[in-house]
Design a protein around this ligand. Structure first.
Ligand code: B4P
Length: 195
């Protein structure tokens, strides 16, 4: 099994690149942002709880997202590997993910970390806000709050995986094709050795 984490701040291109990577490498896409937005649009109790955090640019509580990922892993027993997009976002989530994968006798193979400047992130997210209908993309204050949450709680996740020598940093500015090629090259170097 090849399990990839696509890591980076909000707006760094995780969702954009994930769409292409899953079709190229046959991985099952697990995006906590998409899972939460699906709960939200169905107005489930979980979605209603999550909305109050997402609308302020804050992270949703760990136990909520860990529970969602655990069910998603159980629902996909046939997967050849997973692409985790937007998860883990805290050290507690990273530790929980390690335990869940261990139960399945597998582990994280690689963490690809997209590096993008803050001004570019804000520009992209405001741009997406004009068309996406996402309430967390329209207000610059909320966007900056998400970036602050990232620095406070999420950037430490890269340090967690660096201890296991699993992180490769990728320049996340340039065309979508250029970034996709850089990400693919790193996956190809490892995918066939690990399988
Ligand atoms: P997510 O849905 O994960 O979204 P994101 O980080 O904001 O965006 P992403 O990184 O995927 O977007 P992309 O760059 O592709 O999170 C939303 C919220 O959900 C969080 O704030 C949090 O509240 C909650 N949440 C999710 N997971 C959680 C977790 N594990 N724990 C707790 N809370 C959680 O796209 C951005 C824009 O850039 C697009 O318009 C795209 O077209 C553009 N773009 C992409 N690549 C580009 C390029 N190379 N050049 C120019 N523009 C580009």
């Amino acid at each position: 099994m090849f399990n990839l984490i696509l890591f980076g701040p909000p707006g760094s291109g995780k969702g954009t690149q994930s769409e292409r990577l899953i079709s190229q490498f046959g991985l099952k896409h697990l995006s906590t942002g998409d899972l939460l937005r699906s709960e939200l649009s169905r107005q489930t109790p979980l979605g209603v709880e999550a909305k109050s955090f997402m609308d302020k640019g804050m992270l949703v509580p760990d136990e909520v997202v860990i529970g969602m990922i655990s069910s998603a892993l159980d629902s996909n027993p046939e997967a050849n590997g997973f692409l985790f997009d937007g998860f883990p976002r805290t050290e507690a989530q990273a530790e929980a993910l390690d335990k869940l994968l261990k139960l399945k006798q597998t582990e994280i193979s690689l963490v690809l970390s997209l590096i993008v400047t803050e001004e570019e992130l804000v520009k992209r997210l405001l741009g997406r806000g004009k068309t996406s209908g996402r309430s967390d993309d329209v207000d610059e204050n909320i966007i900056r709050a998400r970036i602050t949450e990232y620095h406070k709680k999420t950037s430490a996740v890269a340090d967690y995986y660096k201890k296991f020598d699993k992180v490769v940093e990728i320049k996340g500015e340039g065309t979508v094709d250029e970034i996709f090629d850089s990400l693919s090259a790193e996956i190809e170097k490892r995918m066939y050795i690990g399988q």
